[in-house]
Design a binder for this molecule. Structure first.
Ligand code: PEP
Ligand code: MN
Length: 335
């Protein structure tokens, strides 16, 4: 429910209404704007109807939020949200590229890759320490040792980081060693994990599940937001369809849809979206043209020796070439 107060309403008027909402066991939200105070109430709307807030003299209007997700809805927050990962910003006109290897393999591998991507303009370093591999016999990541390498390289190269958290028991370690959590596609509907990162203090890159609708993605984001953490970046990374020519089908429709319905930044991962190195650059450009706030690109200083996803990883020259190309699209979108 969104409660718009009249122009003359004061913070004291708002507090009276917020208390009533709270007393009904609903979550009250105070959202002062430049001209008006807007209040929110999250929870069972039937309870709210009994309060008859629309009959209060200081209330201009009461509107139901019709979407099943509330906190992440554009109705609740008209402006684009800006999410900070370390000192890098994404959203609200801040375009940022996240890049790095699929998996952290060694200190030298990550350092070489991090230096290269930063020089080409990447703002955030990625790299998995816990890898959700389709086969249990594939490289599973370096675990805690990988997180320590990530932190060390981050400090040396002066670039903030994001890394995937696979399990609730690793949330504290990931929060200690990285600047943002990544929730992978396979865990988008792991609601206990979503609640755990929702209680944590660092931003979350939430990747769309392999068979998730955009509404499923928004409801997964709502799980995180409802625990208090609204610093969420949504990531389209391709979905499973009948098409097998590419690893996944990159759903570019998701970008305008998510941006229309939700205030959170939206980024695209064309590396997992296509699975084919040569397709990453054109689909990155298409994502920018469609309004993405950023990209996630897998890069390895030598993809031929990568322990995972080498086929879709760019080398440092390839990444530099991609950055030069997409910057033209960023300029067009901003013009
Ligand atoms: C990744 O980013 O390395 C990854 C495993 O991605 P996804 O969860 O989208 O498959
Ligand atoms: Mn990968």
């Amino acid at each position: 429910m969104i409660i718009l107060l009249k122009k003359e309403a004061t913070k004291k008027d708002a507090d009276v209404i917020l208390e009533k909402i709270n007393n009904e066991g609903l979550k009250p939200l105070y959202m002062p704007g430049t001209e008006r105070i807007v209040l929110g109430a999250i929870g069972d709307e039937r309870v709210l109807e009994k309060l008859h807030l629309d009959s209060y003299p200081i209330v201009e209007s009461v509107t139901a939020i019709l979407t099943p997700y509330k906190l992440v809805s554009r109705d609740m927050h008209v402006q684009d949200s800006v999410v900070s990962v370390g000192n890098s910003k994404i959203g609200g006109g801040n375009f940022a590229v996240i890049s790095g290897p699929c998996a952290i393999e060694s200190y030298d591998q990550l350092l070489k890759t991090a230096k290269g991507i930063k020089e080409s303009g990447a703002k955030i370093l990625r790299g998995g320490a816990f890898k959700p591999r389709t086969s249990p016999y594939s490289f599973q990541g370096l675990g805690l040792e990988g997180l320590k390498i990530l932190k060390q390289v981050s400090m040396e190269v002066d670039i903030p980081t994001v890394t995937e958290v696979l399990d609730i028991s690793d949330v504290n370690d990931v929060e200690e060693y990285a600047d943002a959590f990544q929730i992978g596609a396979r865990n988008m509907q792991n609601y206990r994990l979503l609640q755990a990162v929702g209680k944590a203090g660092k931003p979350v890159v939430l990747k769309r599940g392999l068979a998730a609708t955009v509404e499923d993605l928004l409801l997964a984001a709502e799980y995180i937001a409802s625990e208090g953490n609204v610093n969420i970046i949504l990531c389209e990374r391709g979905i499973r369809t009948f098409e097998t020519a590419t690893r996944n089908t990159l759903d570019l429709n998701a970008i305008p849809y998510l941006k229309q319905h939700c205030h959170l930044p939206v980024i695209v991962d064309p590396s997992h979206g296509t699975g084919i190195r040569e397709f990453v650059k054109p689909m990155a450009a298409a994502s920018v043209a469609a309004g993405a706030d950023g990209l996630m690109i897998e890069t390895h200083y030598d993809p031929t020796i990568a322990l995972s996803d080498g086929k879709q990883s760019l080398d440092l020259d390839g990444f530099d070439d991609l950055m030069k190309y997409i910057n033209k699209f960023v300029a067009v979108v901003n013009s």
